[in-house]
Write a protein of this length. Structure first.
Length: 168
């Protein structure tokens, strides 16, 4: 969101650097708040991933439908709150899969993938803006995709943890 916010604001008719900076700062503060919230939920970290993705998708959806600056900022805040919780959830789950001997290398690979994604994602969204009509529509498509992934993860988790049927 920090990269795309300025483009989305411009599409709503705002080009003032102070406004763009303030809106981006508000959303970025929500990322910090999300990360702080994660610290309260670490006992449930193994169940957070679908929920954090759903929160991110809700923010994307609000952004896609936003026709005013306050609504766009609200969507960015919701999305960034989810993102702030998502990042520690992902690293926590990744490290839980690795042996202690491999966690340093795993952290390095995870960071590489994360920053590569941060570089590529805005380019993909900008490229998707043309076929979808607008950048906001591309964000809407990202909302749907994120929600589908969240639902898939929730369904997979439910199947894995559902009690086995006992023959009568």
């Amino acid at each position: 969101m920090p990269v795309e916010t300025s483009f989305l604001l411009k599409d709503l008719g705002t080009e003032a650097p102070a406004t763009i900076g303030l809106c981006t700062a508000i959303a970025s503060a929500a990322t910090v708040a999300g990360a702080a919230t994660f610290t309260r939920l670490t006992d449930h970290a193994d169940r957070l991933l679908p929920w954090t993705l759903t929160l991110c998708a809700a923010g994307f959806a609000i952004i896609a439908l936003a026709d005013t600056i306050p609504l766009l900022v609200l969507g960015a805040v919701v999305n960034c709150l989810g993102t702030g919780m998502l990042l520690p959830t992902l690293i926590n789950r990744t490290m839980a899969l690795l042996t202690p001997a491999n966690r340093g290398r795993g952290t390095g690979l995870w960071n590489t993938a994360f920053f590569l994604g941060e570089f590529v994602c805005p380019l993909i969204l900008l490229a998707a803006a043309k076929p979808t009509g607008t950048l906001a529509h591309a964000v809407g498509a990202l909302a749907v995709t994120t929600l589908v992934v969240a639902a898939g993860l929730a369904a997979t988790r439910t199947r894995r943890t559902a009690p086995e049927s006992v023959p009568a």
